[in-house]
Design a protein around this ligand. Structure first.
Ligand SMILES: C[C@@H]1NC(=O)N[C@@H]1CCCCCC(=O)O
Length: 287
C-alpha cells in the first residue's frame, strides 16, 4: 500500500528534495495525535520562536480558518496560505462529498509542491488537518486500489500520513501529542504510524491537561529495546525531543499571556533552535 503511494509521486518528490536542499530551506510538517490537540496553537508558537522568515501552509481546511489564527498570534509570519477549504467542520473526505467539491490526492500534492517552490524562506510550516490517520479530501479521481471508497459515490481517500508520505524524507515531522485522558495511547499510536511510513519525526510536543502525558510518552520512548533505549533509536536528543507545554487558559480567554509565559517561550525556542535544526541536519545527511 505504502510503496504504491510513494512511487506514484516519486518524480515530484525527487525534484522537491533537490530544490529544497539546494536552497537550504527547511520544511516542517505538523501532524496531530488527534483533532483538537492544539496543532494550530503550537504551530503559531513554533513560528513565533523561529524568527522572522517563516511561512505557514494549511493544505486542507474544513470549517474555520487556522490561517487566521496563525496570522493573529504569530504576527512575525512572512506569509500564510490555505490551499483548499470547505465550510463543513468535519473530516476532509466527508466535507468534500457533502459540498460536492472534490479535490484529489494529486491536486493536493501538486498544489503543495508549487506553493513550496514559490516560497523562498529558510523555514516553512505545513499543518495537516485532524489526526495522523484522518482522511484526505475525497474525489472520483482518487480511484486507485489503495483508496478507501464509498461504494455508491466512489469518491476515494487515503489517510493523511499516506497522502504526504511523498514528502517524508524532504520534510521534518513534528507530532503534536494529546494531553487528554486517553492521549498517551493516541500519541504513541500516531507516532508509530508516522515512523512505519518513514517520516523523520523530530519531536513530540504536548499541551498538558493534568495527566502528565508527556512524561509517560518520554518514559515509553526511553525504555530498552534490544539493549538500546527506544528513544536513542528514534530521537537524537531524547531529553529535548518530547516537550510539554503548560495548560491553555479556558476559552474564550486570549492566548497572549500563555504565549508570553517563560515556560512556553523557553520550551518552544529551545525546540526550534537546538532540536529542530539538528533533526534537519540529520534528515539532510540521510539523503
Ligand atoms: C474539523 C477540523 N477542521 C479542520 O480543518 N481540521 C479538522 C478535521 C478533523 C478531521 C477528523 C477526522 C477523523 O479523524 O475522525
Amino acid at each position: 500500500m505504502f510503496a504504491r503511494t510513494h512511487s506514484q509521486y516519486w518524480k515530484i518528490c525527487s525534484s522537491i528534495r533537490q530544490k529544497r536542499y539546494a536552497s537550504g530551506n527547511q520544511t516542517n510538517i505538523i501532524f496531530g495525535a488527534n483533532t483538537d490537540v492544539g496543532k494550530t496553537v503550537i504551530t503559531a508558537g513554533l513560528i513565533r520562536a523561529s524568527g522572522n522568515t517563516s511561512h505557514y501552509v494549511k493544505p486542507l481546511q474544513c470549517g474555520g480558518s487556522d490561517q487566521r489564527f496563525v496570522e493573529k498570534y504569530a504576527t512575525n509570519v512572512t506569509s500564510a496560505t490555505t490551499l483548499f477549504e470547505w465550510e463543513t467542520p468535519a473530516s476532509p473526505h466527508y466535507a468534500a462529498r457533502v459540498e460536492n467539491k472534490p479535490i484529489s490526492d494529486e491536486q493536493v500534492i501538486t498544489s503543495l509542491k508549487d506553493c513550496l517552490d514559490s516560497l523562498n524562506s529558510p523555514m516553512t510550516w505545513v499543518e495537516t488537518a485532524g489526526g495522523v490517520m484522518s482522511p484526505s479530501s475525497s474525489s472520483p479521481d482518487n480511484n486507485g486500489p489503495h483508496h478507501a471508497r464509498d461504494k455508491e459515490l466512489s469518491w476515494g481517500w487515503v489517510p493523511q500520513a499516506d497522502l504526504y508520505q511523498t514528502f517524508s524524507d524532504s520534510m521534518s515531522a513534528v507530532l503534536i501529542g494529546d494531553g487528554r485522558l486517553g492521549g498517551i495511547s493516541a500519541t504513541l499510536t500516531a507516532l508509530e504510524s508516522l515512523l512505519i511510513r518513514g517520516y523523520n519525526v523530530s519531536g513530540v510536543i504536548v499541551i498538558e491537561k493534568g495527566y502528565e502525558n508527556q512524561k509517560a510518552i518520554q518514559e515509553y520512548a526511553s525504555r530498552e529495546v534490544d539493549g538500546r533505549t527506544a528513544t536513542s533509536t528514534i530521537f537524537r536528543y531524547p531529553e529535548s525531543s518530547i516537550v510539554s507545554l503548560p495548560e491553555l487558559p479556558p476559552e474564550p480567554e486570549p492566548l497572549d499571556d500563555w504565549y508570553h509565559s517563560e515556560e512556553t517561550t523557553k520550551a518552544l525556542e529551545s525546540f526550534v533552535q537546538v532540536h529542530l535544526n539538528q533533526a534537519w541536519e540529520d534528515c539532510k545527511s540521510a539523503n
